[in-house]
Design a protein around this ligand. Structure first.
Ligand SMILES: NC(=O)CC[C@H](N)C(=O)O
Length: 215
């Protein structure tokens, strides 16, 4: 691979194709930390490509929705004609992984949405935005994530949401301070925190495994 972990690739530039047979994973490139996810996916042996329009979805085996600001991602997804195609893709079984604002975008319901704020949905959960506090209350913490071998991961929480409640079909993968911060429902997973900022690619490897195996 020519992409080096920690050397983010410019948005719009596909990363190295990985080894033969590597899955192609899109990163929703409307807003947020797109380059960091592309670098983490490349390090986890996937070929990462930016996704900006509905037609791009046809070329990917999985999709990452980065952190950023969920109200902005929601607005841009409508403007770029991606809201309905993405909802349909999730419904049709596309593996998707959302971090932070991406977790919010995958929630079937937001407890405290801004007016007009929409989500793609896919996980039967209710999320609370900015639940861990504002920007200056951002923090890092070690988090044990079910399915991630080798000990806890460093979780970076930036204006992070938590999951207020989940439906019966949702698996809780991690909690922090008594609040749910990582979940999975079928092929859709989400974390309140940002593993793409740490240089530890194990959460991305878990997602790449889901994309490869379909489970
Ligand atoms: N780091 C983040 O993605 C912050 C998410 C932000 N609080 C939101 O509501 O979208």
């Amino acid at each position: 691979m020519s992409s080096t972990p920690g050397t983010p690739t410019a948005p719009g530039t596909p990363t190295a194709p990985g080894t033969p047979g590597s899955p192609v994973i899109g990163v929703l490139a409307l807003q947020g930390d797109v380059r960091e996810h592309m670098a983490a996916l490349a390090a986890a042996d996937a070929a990462a490509v930016p996704v900006r329009r509905a037609a791009d979805l046809a070329a990917v085996d999985g999709l990452v929705i980065p952190g950023g600001e969920s109200t902005t991602i929601s607005k841009l997804a409508v403007q770029f004609g991606l809201m309905e195609p993405l909802r349909a893709a999730v419904r049709d079984g596309l593996p998707v992984y959302g971090t932070c604002a991406g977790l919010i975008m995958l929630a079937d319901k937001i407890l405290d949405p801004r007016s007009g704020q929409e989500t793609f949905g896919g996980i039967d959960m209710i999320v609370r935005r900015n639940a861990f506090g504002r920007q200056n209350e951002s923090f890092e913490a070690l988090v044990d994530v079910t399915g991630v071998p080798g000990g806890p991961v460093e979780g970076v929480f930036i204006r992070a949401p938590w999951v207020e409640s989940v439906g019966a079909g949702v698996e809780v993968l991690a909690e922090h301070r008594g609040h749910i911060v990582a979940v999975r429902q079928g092929r859709v997973m989400a974390t309140s925190f940002h593993p793409e900022l740490t240089g530890d690619h194990r959460v991305h490897e878990l997602f790449v495994h889901t994309v490869r195996t379909g489970s």
